[in-house]
Design a protein around this ligand. Structure first.
Ligand code: F6P
Length: 327
């Protein structure tokens, strides 16, 4: 593998996701094994703009594979959205003689990388790190599996109370504008119903479903609501249905940021290791301007433009299955 790349940098950007540390570890150790010099950029694009760039050795990423969050810290940079911000970032990279960058993050991170690449000649390769799993070109993103596991564990606990008190719970999970976390959480926890942004489930349908379960003497129920649902979050939906569901004692729980932290699952650690490793190999192979993903268990590459613009479709069959199994 011959390449002009001698110094490589890595950053994490956007919302933190469990497994980001495993990806950083994979990047640093793969690059070190190829005798590259590796640099960590702190606080994502903010650190790139400010020159918060530090040499990282193999041992600097010891004892992090099991840790949530990101040792490099992260940020959602407004300044990188401006031409001046990106120019300052480029100058910081030049000052450190950086030849290429691995960016670990989600939609906003790759949108920034795409703009940067059009303006400057430093290759970037992306690693999908977001709990939302909303990136086209990869079956899974780093952090999604852990996040769903956390939400399912929370649902199991809520189920105990729902059952003991005969209550109807609306539980809100994250996911921004996508319903992958909500759908998987609902299936994994055996929820009665799930409301996601991608599918227009009417409130009437939900009320009808819950009436039917009340008639079957099912006096407690769990409904998962994706935060991005068009009818509003769990609290808004609970208020809408309350007058028609007087037989239920209705409660609302918002899982929120609880599902973003914590130790990464084994699946996320393996995924992050594979993607981080492949990102460095891809750069050394002359690839740039793309995201490394996983499709049918194999490494795949998708241009940034497609990864952020194309819609990753939800499997509607799974949605119907969730309702069937909840009877
Ligand atoms: O993208 C990850 C995510 O956790 C989304 O699910 C959520 O909508 C958003 O980030 C919350 O962002 P912040 O922590 O910046 O409020």
């Amino acid at each position: 593998m011959s390449s002009d790349i001698k110094r490589i940098a890595v950053l994490t950007s956007g919302g933190d996701a469990p497994g980001m540390n495993a990806a950083v570890r994979a990047v640093v150790r793969t690059a070190s094994s190829l005798d590259l010099h590796v640099y960590g950029i702190r606080r994502g694009y903010e650190g790139m703009i400010e020159g918060d760039i530090h040499r990282m050795e193999k041992r600097d990423v010891g004892n992090i594979i099991h840790r949530g969050g990101t040792i490099l810290k992260t940020a959602r940079s407004e300044r990188f959205k401006t031409a001046e911000g990106r120019k300052a970032a480029y100058e910081s990279l030049l000052a450190h003689d950086i030849d290429a960058v691995v960016v670990i993050g989600g939609n906003g991170t790759f949108t920034g990388a795409l703009k940067f690449e059009k303006e400057f000649d430093i290759p970037m390769v992306g690693v999908p790190g977001t709990i939302d799993n909303d990136l086209f070109g990869t079956d899974y993103t780093i952090g999604f599996d852990t996040s769903v596991n956390t939400a399912v564990e929370a649902m199991d606990r809520i189920r105990d109370t729902a059952d003991s008190h005969n209550r109807l719970f609306f539980v809100e999970v994250m996911g921004r504008n996508s319903g992958f976390i909500a759908l998987n959480t609902a299936i994994g926890s055996g929820a009665e119903s799930v409301l996601i942004p991608e599918v227009d489930t009417s409130i009437d349908h939900l009320v009808d479903l819950l009436h039917k379960s009340a008639k079957r003497n099912k006096l407690f129920s769990l409904v998962v609501v994706a935060e991005g649902h068009k009818a509003g979050g769990a609290a808004a939906i609970a208020e809408k249905v309350r007058p028609q569901l007087e037989m239920f004692d209705i409660k609302v729980t918002i899982i929120g940021h609880l599902q973003r932290g914590g130790a990464p699952s084994s699946s996320d650690r393996v995924l992050a290791s594979r993607l981080g490793h492949s990102a460095v190999l891809a750069l050394m192979d002359g690839k740039k301007n793309l995201m490394v993903g996983i499709k049918n268990h194999n490494i795949s590459f998708t241009p940034f433009a497609k990864a952020i613009k194309n819609e990753k479709l939800i499997n509607e069959g799974l949605l119907r299955m969730a309702e069937t199994l909840a009877i």
